[in-house]
Structures are given as structure tokens and as C-alpha cells.
Design a protein around this ligand. Structure first.
Ligand code: GUN
Length: 281
């Protein structure tokens, strides 16, 4: 049977409409500040998308586009100012930062209550114990997709390929919170194919085109492709060989149009959550 293609674009539109309706009931509209340092073209595309999302959701947004040579102290001072602003609920510093800037110092400087990326060590710690105010956007978007298609992770074997702080590790935590049995695979995992074949839910977040071939997918599995790579023609693609995997999977996400739009939608959810926290004192 052909796999069901999980439509992240449609679900993201639904989530954003829900956020907009809820934002409209608040006394003050949610505010998001986005910091972009340097001129990485991919980062610029992401930041533009975030600004459009804010407009769609009725949020106030500010963008700080700073040159790559910006001194660390200046970046820290900007974050400090944004921390104290009553009209700014969320602060996002687009990663990666140009060489020479200390990414972790910037992430630590963002007030945890405004950390809509959920990258601050305090929020990462809360995530570990299941007490989080915010969920990291990409993994939360994956969970939202699973829910939308009626896929309950409880009792399933989930295999997460990739152990980044942004996706792999928090993804494993969210799946664990929903009672999946979770295996995290990485570059030193022997027999990656064998591990993947045991997955009821396979999440790949590595960034290597062609990594997940059809023979690595169990019949009837759910295949989630988080990666955003460019192929030899400059076209967006994920880690998964889509056609081969779709012949085996029950559900599969496309790239583009799968997880990507959900990441952005979940940023709007987190900004709304932050605004509610701030407005309720
Ligand atoms: N760079 C790639 N993904 C992300 C993300 O989710 N948040 C931030 N701040 N930077 C990123």
C-alpha cells in the first residue's frame, strides 16, 4: 500500500490559524525579536519566513540584522536590552553564528522565559524532567505531525538518527515523554541499517542526502525526515531516499513541505505561550 504523505504545510497553516485566534484574545499582541548575525543566505531565508509567520499570527516582530564582525559584547548587550523589554515576549538568535562569536554565551544570556527556541540550559533541563514551558520547535513540530495523523508513540520503538542539541536529543526526550522506547543513533553507531529496520517511528536529522535507503525502513513504519539538504541541482532534499522509503512506510514526510513548516509554526506557538506567561504575571 502506498504511504500516506504527511502534509506539514497544511498542518502548519492550521496551527498558525489556531495561534492567531488565541493571540487575538490577549490584551497585548505577542512580540518576537529575531537576531541575525552575518549574511548566511539560508539563515536569511529562515528569518524572512519567521517574519511572515509573525504577520500571519498577528504578532509584533522586530528583526536585528547585524554584520558578521559584530563584537560579542554588542550582541550580549542587545540580548540584555531585549530581556528587559515588556513588548518582547520571545527572543531568537538565528544559528549558526559567524566564527569568533560564542554561541553558548548568547543562548545563556537570553532570559529563559523569552527563550522560544528552548535552547537555554535551564529550559533544556526542564525538558529532561518533563516540566518545560517551551518545547523545542522542530521536535515539537514532529510530535504535532504524529498527533495529527493519529500516531501514538506509546509502546512503539522510535529510532532517532542524529544527536544534535537542536533536534536529535530533544526529539528523543519528547518521544520518551510520550512513552516510546527510544534509540538514538549517530555517526559511531555500528550497523545503522539494522537499528533503523527496528524502528516503528524513524526520525532522521543528520543532514546527509541519501543516508536512509529503502532497505533501512521497516514495512509499515512512520518515516520523519527532518533534514534540509541541497542536492546536486540545488534542490531541497532530506536524508531519506523518498521514493524507496515510501514503498515500505505507512507514513512519510516530504522535503520540502514536511517538518520545515512545522518548525516555524511551533515557534509561533512558543511565542504565544511566552506572551501568556508574561501577561499573567
Ligand atoms: N538554525 C537552524 N535551526 C534553528 C532553530 O530552530 N533556531 C535557531 N535559532 N537557529 C536555527
Amino acid at each position: 500500500m502506498a504511504a500516506t504523505i504527511m502534509d506539514g504545510k497544511a498542518l502548519a497553516a492550521k496551527v498558525k490559524a489556531r495561534v492567531r485566534a488565541q493571540a487575538d484574545t490577549l490584551a497585548r499582541r505577542p512580540g518576537l525579536a529575531v537576531i541575525l548575525v552575518g549574511d548566511d543566505p539560508a539563515s536569511r531565508v529562515y528569518v524572512n519566513g519567521k517574519r511572515r509567520d509573525c504577520t500571519e499570527c498577528g504578532f509584533y516582530s522586530e528583526e536585528y540584522a547585524l554584520p558578521a564582525e559584530t563584537p560579542q559584547a554588542e550582541l550580549m548587550a542587545l540580548v540584555e536590552t531585549l530581556n528587559t523589554r515588556a513588548d518582547i515576549d520571545g527572543i531568537l538568535c538565528q544559528l549558526p553564528l559567524p566564527k569568533g562569536l560564542d554561541e553558548m554565551a548568547v543562548l545563556r544570556a537570553i532570559a529563559p522565559g523569552k527563550d522560544v527556541d528552548c535552547f537555554h540550559p535551564f529550559n533544556v533541563g526542564e525538558l529532561m524532567i518533563g516540566m518545560q514551558s517551551f518545547q523545542p520547535c522542530t521536535p515539537a513540530g514532529v510530535m504535532e505531525l504524529l498527533d495529527e495523523y493519529g500516531i501514538d508513540p506509546a509502546g512503539k520503538h522510535a529510532v532517532v538518527v542524529g544527536r544534535s542539541n537542536i533536534v536529535g536529543k530533544p526529539q528523543a526526550m519528547l518521544l520518551l515523554q510520550r512513552n516510546a522506547t527510544v534509540t538514538i543513533c549517530h555517526s559511531r553507531t555500528p550497523d545503522l541499517a539494522g537499528q533503523c529496520r527496528r524502528a516503528d517511528i524513524l526520525v532522521s536529522a543528520v543532514g546527509r542526502q541519501g543516508l536512509i535507503t529503502g532497505d533501512m525502513v521497516k514495512e509499515g513504519a512512520v518515516v520523519i525526515d527532518v533534514a534540509m539538504n541541497r542536492d546536486e541541482n540545488g534542490k531541497l532534499c532530506g536524508d531519506v531516499c523518498f521514493d524507496e522509503a515510501a514503498r515500505k512506510a505507512a507514513y512519510i514526510t516530504p522535503v520540502p513541505g514536511g517538518v520545515g513548516p512545522m518548525t516555524r509554526a511551533m515557534l509561533m506557538v512558543n511565542t504565544l505561550t511566552a506572551a501568556r506567561l508574561h501577561q499573567n504575571g
